[in-house]
Design a protein around this ligand. Structure first.
Ligand code: NAI
Ligand code: MG
Length: 360
């Protein structure tokens, strides 16, 4: 049956990488006989906001709520609008209102990319040595709207913001992480915590983790406080398989993980509602990158890989695997394929996107 994809390119390099994401997803759909329809929208962007005073129309849920997935570029135009305003008027509304409670972010060292983190003996990490998934809680935790500000502008000024953890919310992300670890060769799940310093919510998170672990005796588990965990990511990224974290810690780890693999330009992010009561949203990890926008030099692989995760979620693992192995093939220096500047080449966004579509 036909699958309908809502396409929201958004701001900055979102507008440059999205055409390449669509190009490759479309090529995969043709190859594997998947019937896809792309519906493109101009909202969820500063251009729209400038005219209408908000990032999205009031009826955004009606416009895309019936789609099978949302393919998302990036939002944010800091020169014109505060980052927290653009994010809370678009991406964060999708994550919350569509209950996309899992944010899944792979970090994998690809061929042809030099990892900035080396082994203890100083030799370079090889593809396959870094291959992990970060599972980030995506709807509650530290990113809550509960809090306030008092005595504005006076010496008595007070601000506070609460962390929210519900048993339902914590258990469902932990369960997803254990299930994912179960499917992986290493069957190893790491819990990111900070229960030494954050003495109410984080011990609860640890407690629920231990409780869930009892149901998965086949999974090797461990737990690190977030501060030392970031150090381990840099010093021994090969140790990790699946890492589960709260909203804030997961946000940080899922930039750090891909950065350890050389560039955030290739990293994808799946905002998933595994229950499928609402559409899930697939996007690159990176933002709108105003510093390079307009030059057509952004790496489109983050968007393309996000497209592969979208096809996987829609039931086409074969198409996902084909896109991934094509990305690996094209990145391999032996392929002679064009590379964008962030991975050491001189090619354009379009050149790299076309090369991947052609190789597929
Ligand atoms: P950013 O990810 O846009 O850029 C960080 C750095 O990485 C920049 O130097 C940029 O040139 C580089 N970079 C990013 N993507 C790249 C790619 N595909 N190829 C090559 N280089 C790439 O993060 P930044 O600068 O903190 O934020 C810029 C705007 O994007 C802000 O408005 C921010 O709020 C927004 N943002 C939006 C996100 C989203 O829509 N999911 C995520 C992160 C930031
Ligand atoms: Mg982030």
């Amino acid at each position: 049956s036909k699958k309908r994809i809502a396409v929201l390119a958004g701001d900055g390099i979102g507008k440059e990488v999205m055409p390449e994401g669509v190009r490759v997803v479309d090529a995969a759909a043709r190859k594997f006989g998947i019937d896809l329809q792309f519906d493109t929208f101009d909202w969820s962007s500063w251009d729209y906001c400038e005219k209408h005073g908000q990032y999205m129309p009031d009826n955004w849920k009606d416009l895309v709520g019936g789609h099978d997935a949302i393919f998302f570029g990036a939002v944010g135009w800091p020169e014109k609008i505060a980052d927290h305003t653009s994010l809370w008027q678009s991406l964060l509304l999708f994550r919350r209102d569509f209950d996309q409670y899992i944010n899944l972010r792979p970090a994998r060292l690809m061929p042809g990319i030099i990892a900035p983190v080396v082994r203890r003996d100083g030799t370079p990490r090889q593809p396959g040595e870094i291959d992990m998934y970060i599972v980030r809680e995506n709807t509650e935790g530290e990113y809550s709207a509960v809090g306030g500000r008092m005595f504005n502008g006076t010496e008595r000024e007070i601000v506070m913001q609460e962390t929210i953890m519900s048993r339902h919310g914590v258990d469902r992300v932990l369960k997803f992480a254990f299930e994912l670890a179960q499917k992986r060769a290493k069957k190893h799940l790491t819990c990111a915590t900070k229960s030494n310093g954050i003495a109410i919510t984080m011990p609860y998170w640890d407690e629920r983790f231990a409780e869930m672990a009892r149901k998965y005796p086949g999974i090797k588990t461990d737990k690190f406080h977030i501060d030392i965990l970031t150090a381990h990511f840099v010093q021994r990224p090969d140790f990790f398989d699946v890492v589960v974290a709260t909203n804030l810690f997961g946000d940080i780890l899922s930039d750090l993980g891909p950065a350890c693999t050389g560039t955030i330009g290739i990293a994808p992010s799946a905002n998933m509602n595994p229950d499928r009561t609402f559409p899930s949203l697939f996007e690159p990890v990176h933002g709108s990158a105003p510093d390079i926008y307009g030059k057509n030099i952004a790496n489109p692989i983050g968007q393309i890989w996000a497209g592969a995760m979208m096809l996987d979620f829609l039931g086409h693992k074969d198409a996902h695997d084909a896109i991934l192995s094509t990305i690996e093939k094209v990145l391999d220096p032996k392929s002679g394929a064009p590379k964008t500047p962030d991975i050491g080449g001189k090619a354009s966004t379009t050149d790299l996107g076309k090369a991947i579509a052609a190789a597929l």
